[in-house]
Design a protein around this ligand. Sequence first.
Ligand code: SF4
Ligand code: SF4
Ligand code: SF4
Length: 343
Amino acid sequence: MTRRCWTPLLVLLLLWAGPAYPALALTQPADDSTDSASSDAFDGPEDDGEDLWNFDDEEEDVETWATLLRSQALDMALFTGFAALTLVSFFRKSVWLKYVTFVVAIGYMGFAKSQLISVVNIYGVMTGNMPVLRYNLAWYLFAGFTVVSTVLWGRLYCGRVCAYGALTQLLDRFVPARLRVDVPTWLERRAAWIKYGLLGGTLLYFLVTANITAFRYVEPFWLFTRRGSTGLWIGLAVLLIATIFVRNLYCRFLCPVGAALGLLSKLTVFKIKRWSACNTCKLCEKTCEWGAIRGPEIVLTECVRCDDCERLYHDTSRCPHWLILARAKLRATMSSAKTAVTG
Ligand code: SF4
Ligand code: SF4
Ligand code: SF4
């Protein structure tokens, strides 16, 4: 296997591994009272004369998969519902369902759960600091969905699930077009590399210092926990104001997680199809807000499966492919009619 093939496999392993301490805080795992509950179960009887050998309580404290599943069932069900909404909106290529998904991603995944993939998840695998599966079932569902959907379809996580991405895409919806600045293609292509530099730099910094706190300075996801220093809030305000003018600024140019998922998406199984007419047609390239179309090629690392080009692909009134087909069909009908008359 070539080195190129190994890169996405390595990223897949890193992302699959799960969060370390700060990401556990971000992902709000199941109440770790289960730990104390289990240790309580092995404590001796209380000698205060009130609760000696209370067998009923002990039975309640015994930790089985059934009790663990019961205590995390709501979280798991809610995430499963959100994942289903994501997939339905993706497969139906529905614009309004996509915006519903954004709202749920911001409200539920963001502000309610603060559940986002973070560079700290990569630190976690480097140190072997993994979350305990039985206490973090909903988190593993979320991480599993992210990895599997990226391998199957590309950066669906960025296009639908990530609360920050959803926030900026929703923001973009309300920004008047006259305020937008189109980044020149040459600059856009070069700037897209910054996020890989940030990913490499952050990982190197962690390897050298074993300090995980840098993650707060390279990703603004702490926003959903509403806990940040004055400096961080000012930085975030500047970033969001800049995003008004430059679409998806952070996602396109700066996000280390987006870079890691971009590498993973090189494994994409179900790619966006292209027609032969795409070799010359520029319609989709102009429509793509992510700079992910270069001529006939879809750049997998940049594409977030937003559906914009796929809707054009199927649009029989706008996509030249269908017009060419219709013209060819008309020509064939006319020539067979002519043959019938002359024959
Ligand atoms: S690029 Fe980063 S911030 Fe943007 S949607 Fe993807 S993970 Fe989220
Ligand atoms: S509009 Fe149709 S032909 Fe043009 S680039 Fe898009 S899919 Fe290809
Ligand atoms: S327009 Fe197409 S190529 Fe561009 S990000 Fe959306 S799905 Fe990907």
